[in-house]
Design a protein around this ligand. Structure first.
Ligand code: ADP
Ligand code: MG
Length: 750
C-alpha cells in the first residue's frame, strides 16, 4: 500500500529564555518561518561580505509552546499512523542545553512537562484499549550510541543482567536491527514508562561511573507495535516501530583546549553528526543511488528510519539567545535540509501463514497418531498415509485394468488417497473411451449436432430427417419383438439373422443408413453354421407364436455359450431389442408412436386453426362489405324497428358463429395435445434411457463378465440372475453415461 509522496516534516522549537534576542530571531506571521539577522560587526571596521540575513521555512515554529501542543503538532499524527503500520521517526537536533531531552523525554518533576516519549506511549496504549478486533503487542528498546559504541540502556532489565553479547548493527531483508539489543514486551503504559525511567537512570549512572557526558551520546527509544487482526481465515499482521531519537549536542566542540578523551568525543560526535548531515543531503538527492549509511553507527542504525518508507519528523531545538546564533543557524540549516527529503511511507503488513501452517502441522501430526492407533487396533498397521509413490500409482492403474478386464472382482480399499487415485484413473479411462467412440463414429458417419439448426434444416430440406429430427425411413421398418430362444444355438443363429436383417433394413437403429458389417465381430459370423440357420429359424418362429411374453432366459446359460469375442454394441443392441429388451423396446415404440400420433394430430389441429382464423377473417370482410352495401342502398327495418338483412348476410353470420365455436374447440384441443405431447416426450425419453441402461447391463452380463462371476450368476449362485454385482454396475454407470451423452449429442433421433 503506497501512500502519497511526503516530505520529511521539520519544526523548530525555541527554548524559552529571559534573554531572547528579539533583534536577531524573528518569526514569520504564519509561524512557519524564522528569520535570523546578524548585525555587522562594526568593531571590525572592515567590509563584511558575508550574508547577514537568513530566512528558514519550516513546518512550524514552536515558540512558547507547551509540551502538550508540541506533542500534538509534532508527534500525534505520526504515532497514530504507526498504529496502522507505518514506521515513524522523530528526531531532536540541536546544541546541548537547547531542549532536546526536554522535548523528547520531558521533565520528570511535573506530569504536564512530560515529553514526546511518555505521551507517545500513552497514545499507543489508549489506542490499544479502544481497539476491539485486533490483538496488539508493544515492545520497547532503548539504545545509546556513545563514541561509536552501542549500549543497551535496558540490559539491566534482562534476567542475566548486562548482556555479554557484542552488540552490532545488522542488515537483513526485513530492515536493519541491532544484534544484542534487548527488546522488552510491555503490558501497559506504566510498564513502558518504567522502562524509560530505567533507561534514563542507567544513563545517569553511566554518566557518573564511566565519566560520560550524556549530551555527547545519541539515544534511541523505540516502540515496536505488532497488531494482529483476523481477516476471514487469515491473520493480518501489522508491524511498525516508532524511533524517538535524542541526538547528541550538535555544537561544534572547540578542538583547541580539548585533549585526550574530550578531543576523542568531540571527534566522534562531530563525525557522526556530519555523517548524518551527509546522509540527509544524499537522501534529498533523487539521483543519488548509494547512501552511505554504514559510515557511522548512528546512520547505520537509522538506515530504515530516515526518509524512505518511513514518516520522519525533525525538531530543531534552538536557544533564543544571541550568543548561540551560530549554533542556531547551523541547526536551522540542518532542519531545512531535512525538509528536502521525500518519503513514501508504506504499511508493513504481512499475512501470517506461519502461525497457520504451524497449527495445521500440529493437527496433522495429531491425526496421524490417532490413525496409527486406530490402525493398530484393527490390525492395519502396514497402511501408510503419505502421498502415493509412482510405483503405487502404477499398481492402482494395473489393478483397474485387471478389474475392467474382469480378471479381478474387487479393488481393495486401503486408504483415502488410493480411493481418489482409483476414481482419477476411472475418469481417465472414461475420457479415453469417449474419445475413441466419437472417433469411431466420426470415421463412419456424418454426425449432426442437435443444436446445429442450420445443418438440421438442410437435412430436412433434403428429406433425410423429418421436422422432429427423425430419420424418415425409420417408420417403414418396425420389427416385431422376438422372444428369447431357450436354445443356445438359437442365439448364435439369431446373431446371424439379426445382422443379416440389419444389413437389409439399414436405417432401423441409431447407426442407421449405413452398412454395419464392419461392426460385426468376425468370429460370430464365422461360427454360425448355415445349415443351422434354417432349423433354428423354424424353431424361433414356433417360439414366437406361443412365447410373446416369455421372460428372458437365465443369463448364465447364455453366457456359457457366448462367442469368444463380444459382438459390436450396434449388433448386440439389435439383438437385445429382439430378446431381453423386447418388452422395454415394445413400450418404447408404443410411447413413441403415441407421441408421433399426437404430434401429427397437433399439427393438423394447428393447421385447421389457422384455416379457421383465415376463414373468419374472410367472413368478417364479406360482412363488412355487405353492411356497407346495405347502408348505401338504404336499410330495411321491420315493424318493431329491427334491421332486416338478406339471406346471404344471415348465412355469413351463421357461418362465422360456427367457425368461432370450432375455433374455440380446436384451440382447446391444441392445448390438451400440447400437454399430452410433453408428457409423451417425457415417457419416450425415459424409455430410451431405460432401454440403453438395460442394454448395457445385458451386454456386460452376456459378453464381458468372467467365468467365475458367471458361476455366481447361475441359479444356484448367490447372485440373482439378471442382476449385476454392485461394483460392476457402478463401473458401467460411467460407460452408460458416456454412451447416452454421445447419443444425445450427436444423433438426431433414435
Ligand atoms: P538538551 O537535552 O538539548 O541538552 P535539555 O532538554 O536538557 O537540553 O534542556 C536543558 C534545560 O532547559 C533543562 O533544564 C530543561 O528543563 C530546560 N528546557 C529546555 N527546553 C525547555 C522548554 N521548552 N521549556 C522549559 N524548559 C526547557
Ligand atoms: Mg539532553
Amino acid at each position: 500500500m503506497h501512500a502519497a509522496e511526503k516530505k520529511v516534516r521539520a519544526f523548530v522549537r525555541v527554548k524559552p529564555t529571559a534573554h531572547f534576542a528579539q533583534d536577531v530571531i524573528k518569526f514569520g506571521p504564519d509561524n512557519k518561518s524564522i528569520d535570523i539577522y546578524i548585525k555587522k560587526d562594526a568593531k571590525k571596521g572592515v567590509v563584511n561580505n558575508k550574508q547577514t540575513d537568513w530566512s528558514f521555512k519550516l513546518d512550524g515554529v514552536l515558540h512558547n509552546t507547551s509540551q502538550e501542543l508540541t506533542y500534538e503538532t509534532v508527534a500525534k499524527k505520526l504515532v497514530s499512523e504507526a498504529l496502522t503500520g507505518y514506521n515513524g521517526t522523530i528526531m531532536c537536533y540541536g546544541q546541548t542545553g537547547a531542549g532536546k531531552t526536554y522535548t523528547m523525554t520531558g521533565a520528570t518533576a511535573e506530569y504536564k512537562h512530560r515529553g514526546i516519549i511518555p505521551r507517545a506511549v500513552q497514545q499507543v496504549f489508549k489506542a490499544i484499549a479502544c481497539s476491539v478486533d485486533s490483538f496488539i503487542t508493544v515492545r520497547i528498546s532503548y539504545l545509546e550510541i556513545y563514541n561509536e559504541t552501542l549500549c543497551d540502556l535496558l540490559s539491566t532489565m534482562t534476567s542475566s543482567g548486562a548482556s555479554d553479547v557484542q552488540m552490532a548493527v545488522v542488515d537483513c531483508p526485513q530492515g536493519v536491527y541491532v544484534k544484542g539489543l534487548s527488546i522488552h514486551s510491555v503490558s501497559g503504559e506504566e510498564d513502558a514508562l518504567n522502562l524509560l525511567f530505567e533507561g534514563e537512570t542507567n544513563r545517569v549512572i553511566a554518566e557518573h561511573s564511566l565519566n560520560k557526558n550524556s549530551s555527547r551520546s545519541h539515544c534511541i527509544f523505540t516502540i515496536y507495535i505488532e497488531s494482529r487482526v483476523r481477516v476471514l481465515s487469515d491473520i493480518r499482521c501489522i508491524n511498525s516501530k516508532i524511533n524517538l531519537i535524542d541526538l547528541a549536542g550538535s555544537e561544534r566542540l572547540s578542538k583547541t583546549g580539548s585533549e585526550g578523551r574530550v578531543l576523542k568525543e568531540a571527534a566522534y560526535i562531530n563525525r557522526s553528526l556530519s555523517f548524518l548531515e551527509q546522509i540527509i543531503i544524499a537522501l534529498a538527492d533523487p539521483k543519488r543511488e548509494h547512501i552511505p549509511f554504514r559510515q557511522s553507527k548512528l546512520t547505520h542504525v537509522l538506515k530504515d528510519s530516515l526518509g524512505g518508507k518511513c514518516n520522519t519528523v525533525l525538531v530543531a531545538n534552538i536557544c533564543g539567545e544571541a550568543l548561540h546564533v551560530e549554533e542556531t543557524l547551523s541547526s536551522l540549516r540542518f532542519a531545512t535540509r531535512m525538509k528536502w527529503i521525500t518519503t513514501e511511507p508504506v504499511v508493513n503488513v504481512t499475512y501470517d501463514s506461519e502461525g497457520t501452517v504451524k497449527t495445521l502441522e500440529k493437527e496433522i501430526s495429531l491425526l496421524k497418531q490417532e490413525l496409527a492407533m486406530h490402525d493398530s487396533l484393527v490390525n492395519r498397521s502396514l497402511v501408510t498415509y503419505g502421498p502415493l509413490t509412482d510405483v503405487q500409482v502404477a499398481e492402482i492403474k494395473s489393478q483397474i485394468h485387471e478389474y475392467l478386464q474382469g480378471n479381478i472382482d474387487e479393488i481393495d480399499i486401503t486408504n483415502f488417497r488410493q480411493v481418489q487415485e482409483v476414481f482419477r484413473q476411472f475418469k481417465l479411462i472414461v475420457r479415453q473411451q469417449e474419445g475413441e467412440v466419437e472417433t469411431r463414429l466420426r470415421s463412419k458417419y456424418v454426425l449432426i449436432d442437435k443444436n446445429d439448426f442450420a445443418t438440421i434444416a438442410a437435412a430436412q430440406k433434403l428429406g433425410i430427417v423429418d421436422v422432429d429430427h427423425h430419420l424418415l425411413k425409420r417408420q417403414d421398418v418396425e420389427t416385431k419383438p422376438t422372444p428369447v430362444s431357450p436354445n443356445p444355438d438359437e442365439k448364435k443363429k439369431k446373431f446371424g439373422t439379426s445382422s443379416e436383417q440389419f444389413k437389409k433394413e439399414g436405417t432401423k437403429n441409431f447407426f442407421s443408413g449405413k452398412d454395419l458389417a464392419a461392426h460385426l465381430p468376425s468370429k460370430s459370423q464365422v461360427i454360425i453354421p448355415n445349415k443351422n440357420l434354417d432349423v433354428k429359424e423354424k424353431a424361433r418362429n414356433e417360439d414366437t407364436a406361443k412365447n410373446d411374453a416369455q421372460p428372458s432366459k437365465p443369463v448364465s446359460e447364455e453366457i456359457s455359450q457366448r462367442p469368444s469375442s463380444p459382438p459390436s454394441r450396434a449388433v448386440a443392441f439389435e439383438q437385445f431389442k429382439e430378446e431381453c429388451g423386447s418388452e422395454i423396446n415394445r413400450i418404447f415404440k408404443e410411447n413413441k408412436s403415441i407421441l408421433l400420433a399426437r404430434r401429427k394430430r397437433s399439427s393438423t389441429v394447428a393447421r385447421r386453426i389457422n384455416i379457421i382464423k383465415q376463414e373468419m377473417e374472410d367472413i368478417k370482410k364479406a360482412l363488412e362489405a355487405q353492411r356497407q352495401e346495405r347502408s348505401q342502398q338504404g336499410e330495411y327495418v321491420d315493424e318493431k324497428g329491427r334491421l332486416i338483412i338478406d339471406e346471404k348476410e344471415f348465412l355469413l353470420i351463421m357461418k362465422l358463429k360456427d367457425l368461432k365455436e370450432e375455433y374455440r374447440c380446436s384451440y382447446a384441443e391444441l392445448q390438451d395435445l400440447k400437454a399430452e405431447i410433453q408428457y409423451c416426450q417425457h415417457l419416450v425419453d425415459r424409455c430410451r434411457n431405460k432401454l440403453i441402461s438395460e442394454f448395457e447391463i445385458w451386454y456386460s452380463e452376456s459378453f464381458l463378465i468372467p467365468t467365475h462371476v458367471q458361476n455366481a450368476l447361475k441359479p444356484s449362485g448367490n447372485i440373482r440372475p439378471g442382476m449385476i454385482p454392485i461394483n460392476r454396475v457402478m463401473c458401467l454407470k460411467g460407460m452408460q453415461r458416456v454412451l447416452k451423452l454421445i447419443i444425445d449429442r450427436f444423433f438426431l433421433s433414435y
